[in-house]
Design a protein around this ligand. Structure first.
Ligand SMILES: NC(=O)C1=CN([C@@H]2O[C@H](COP(=O)(O)OP(=O)(O)OC[C@H]3O[C@@H](n4cnc5c(N)ncnc54)[C@H](O)[C@@H]3O)[C@@H](O)[C@H]2O)C=CC1
Ligand SMILES: O=C(O)CCC(=O)C(=O)O
Length: 487
């Protein structure tokens, strides 16, 4: 395994060149397993660099759009090959930068490669339909055209997959892109951009500007030459992004929080349910919008499920995700750690019973990082904060119910609607769950997290702007439809 030991400074990528910010200011990206480890130095950019990037994107888009879909696809295939060759190095950077374990980071990087190849292929697929006109001498059809310049605002929890599942479809349909990655994972993003550069993407078509959300993120939202904004992150910021884009008539797409339930029915295979619950709740230290945060369990099997779950939670090894044998890494930053700890405190204050975990880990192996125990509460009622709000940490709430209807009511009793699972063998329960659950992702006998790149991804209620990402659904956002009538 190669671990970088020198600290490199990463620049903005504007119009095909790597350039420092005119601010002269930089910030270190630190390892959440060991804050003394600086993964890289990144630019704290100004509005000036953002303007340059948007200008470059605007002026390169016409020629990019004029290429055929297969020509654009060729750049994505090439980028995929380069990313695949750099898989180990980029995955290691991801683990050092945000903490998820190396196997998870490798899996995510491989997913990035697959997403690039999927959208490369989209360049050869149809961009319209023929629709019968009521005039039999006319030809009527639709054609999809790019939006123009797309602004990508990405979070830190999937530093490779999320930027790629936004940039790849934007590019294949003929848009140019300016990305502002989360500061916490800007080094990983810069390495992904290097893959596009090495693949020869034309100057200006893809630009990266790092910096704060309030300057560069907000700047993208407000920029008159940015035609579409795609965002993943918190509900608070997402709503501001949506309002800002709407105010100037730009298209927007928001993927935000979740409070995802798992229902364990009385007839569930408990071993499979426990395994899926553990993986959904604690992989990536609970920092997925699709993470399981509530388990709603039939009274008949409650004690048995709880016992099996706690046995498995005790086996979770927490530590530096670069090390063999570690199953759960740290929180991605100090603020995430403190948020999780404050929700644990709120759970105790509001009367939930702490069954396991609940503490920050201390000692030589932990003191320089943001490590927290996997935590499970019981006697949780739906009015409690830990049952209502997105924690984005390894905290699970167990809720006991007497009937299936009660389980569905509780599962739906939140403002979010991203993902929901049920464990059952009964076909009627499955069908009722599929019918009545208010969630964009419905999972039966499978964990709440886990998204397939070729299928639509997004939520109901306050989890998204009601649009969908990934798969063919991406076409809806990254293109506009022209209806053409020819006579
Ligand atoms: N849905 C998801 O996958 C994610 C949800 N979150 C949620 O958000 C919480 C806070 O995490 P943060 O990293 O602080 O999320 P955030 O929503 O602040 O950040 C997401 C992205 O938005 C940018 N941003 C921040 N302020 C902005 C503004 N005013 N205008 C435009 N862009 C802006 C950030 O720089 C980052 O690139 C987490 O605890 C979690 O609950 C965070 C990351 C991903
Ligand atoms: O569960 C996944 O694979 C994707 C989750 C996601 O998109 C997110 O946490 O932002």
């Amino acid at each position: 395994m190669t671990v970088e030991t020198t600290t490199k400074t990463y620049l903005n990528f504007i119009n095909g060149k790597w350039e420092a910010s005119s601010s002269g200011k930089t910030v270190a990206s630190n390892n959440p397993s060991n804050r003394d480890d600086v993964v890289g130095i990144i630019q704290v950019s100004t509005k000036e660099e953002l303007d340059q990037a948007v200008f470059a994107a605007k002026h390169s888009q016409k020629a990019w759009k004029a290429l055929t879909g297969s020509e654009r696809g060729a750049y994505l295939y090439k980028t995929a090959d380069i990313l695949e060759n750099r898989m180990d190095e980029i995955a290691e950077t991801m683990t050092r930068e945000m903490g998820k374990t190396l196997p998870e980071a490798k899996g995510e990087t491989a997913r990035g490669v697959a997403i690039l190849r999927y959208y490369a292929g989209e360049g050869m697929r149809k961009v319209g339909d023929v629709i019968p006109s009521t005039d039999n001498k006319a030809l009527m059809f639709t054609s999809r055209v790019p939006l123009g310049v797309v602004g990508v605002i990405s979070p830190w929890n999937f530093p490779v997959a999320i930027p790629i599942w936004k940039m790849a479809p934007a590019l294949i349909y003929g848009n140019s892109v300016v990305i502002k990655p989360a500061q916490e994972t800007a080094v990983t993003c810069a390495k992904v951009i290097e893959c596009f550069e090495k693949a020869g993407i034309p100057d200006g078509v893809l630009n990266m500007v790092t910096g704060s959300g309030s300057v560069i993120g907000q700047g993208l939202v407000e920029h008159p030459d940015v035609n579409g904004i795609t965002f993943t992150g918190s509900n608070e910021v997402g709503k501001m992004v949506g309002q800002g884009a709407l105010a100037r008539g730009a298209k927007y797409q928001l993927e935000m929080g979740g409070k995802n339930p798992v229902i364990v029915a009385a007839d569930a295979d408990l071993d499979i349910a426990v395994e899926g619950t553990i993986s959904g709740a604690f992989r990536s230290t609970g920092q997925k919008c699709t993470a399981t945060s509530r388990v709603i369990i039939a009274g008949e099997i409650y004690e048995k499920f709880k016992e099996k779950l706690l046995e498995k939670v005790k086996e979770i090894t927490v530590g530096n995700g670069m090390e063999d044998g570690i199953w759960m890494g740290p929180s991605a930053n100090e603020s995430q750690l403190n948020t999780a700890l404050s929700y644990i405190e709120a759970g105790k204050q509001e009367g939930a019973t702490l069954l396991i975990g609940g503490n920050r880990l201390t000692g030589a192996a932990y003191d320089k990082g943001y490590f927290i125990e996997p935590t499970v509460f019981e006697n949780v009622t739906t009015d409690m904060k830990i049952a209502q709000e997105e924690i984005f940490g390894p905290v699970l709430a167990l809720i006991q119910v007497n009937t299936f209807e009660e389980a569905i009511t509780i599962a739906n009793d939140v403002k979010f609607g991203l993902s929901a699972s049920i464990y059952t063998k009964d076909i009627q329960s499955m069908l009722s769950f599929i019918e009545n659950m208010e969630a964009g992702l419905i999972r039966v006998n499978a964990e709440s997290a886990g998204v397939e790149l070729q299928a639509p991804f997004g939520g109901m209620k306050q989890s998204s702007s009601h649009s969908r990402e990934q798969g063919e659904a991406a076409k809806e956002f990254f293109t506009a439809i022209k209806t053409v009538f020819v006579k």
